[in-house]
Design a protein around this ligand. Sequence first.
Ligand code: NAP
Length: 263
Amino acid sequence: MSDSFYEHVFGVRGKVALVTGGTRGIGLMIAEGLVKAGARVYVSSRKQDACEQTQASLSEFGECIAIPGDVATIEGCQKLADQIAEREPHLNILVNNAGVTWSEDIDKFHEKAWDKVMDLDVKSPFFLTQKLLPLLRAGASPDNRASVVNVTSVNGLRPSNLRNYSYVAAKAGLGQLSVQMARDLLGDNINVNVMAPGLFKSKMTAPLFADEQMTKQVLAGQPMGRAGAMEDAAGLVIFFSSRAGSFLTGITVACDGGATSTR
Ligand SMILES: NC(=O)c1ccc[n+]([C@@H]2O[C@H](COP(=O)([O-])OP(=O)(O)OC[C@H]3O[C@@H](n4cnc5c(N)ncnc54)[C@H](OP(=O)(O)O)[C@@H]3O)[C@@H](O)[C@H]2O)c1
């Protein structure tokens, strides 16, 4: 395969991307992959210092601009969209990755925990996409469709063994919401797809990797004997967002080493 054919099919060079929660965990993996593939990547998260650190470290590989902000509110979504619009005439790739989870016994599960998870995990992807539609439309054409990737979870596909009630509802809801958005944005040349991660090492899953013994046990329980890596998360987003994924919209891919399909 020639380099130019490879770049034509799988390339995202020169595309403009935004990754929410791009300062650590899966978001950072996606941002790193997109930067290394030649996209201009905006990352966003609440903490200013994490944003500065990410911008500095990823800028070694290419273009990364960090904008601090809270996307759990509609005002936060609007502010972030405005800040991108001040810098860019269009946006090609939006990865709604920022997410939070909460586990609590069913008898004690609190409304606060419900709302916190719902706000960030399902309301925010909808309203951030809504606020960014003018920029997504501006860069989209039949030959160069914009790509929205919503990050859900295998916990939104199958029952989880955790007591994360609002999380499973939010992630399943985001999956279905994505299909509806995909349908309604077809004519705008905007694809909406879903990555449902399985186990990845991050702050969210840190308790599972508390020590060597636990880590061994957790990984032994995974079908491929390992957690997801940067190439797994970033590779799927790049696939969705390149010419290779252009004919796909409204689909969910479980990025989980076979945890959903084989168990
Ligand atoms: N790790 C896994 O095994 C796994 C499995 C399935 C699904 N997922 C999903 O994958 C996504 C990433 O998870 P992760 O494990 O990488 O989580 P993580 O390590 O906790 O990272 C979350 C990221 O989101 C940012 N964030 C949190 N609240 C925010 C807000 N209100 N506004 C803007 N940014 C915010 C955080 O930065 P700040 O604190 O600076 O805001 C951080 O960059 C989530 O949607 C999660 O549900 C993860």
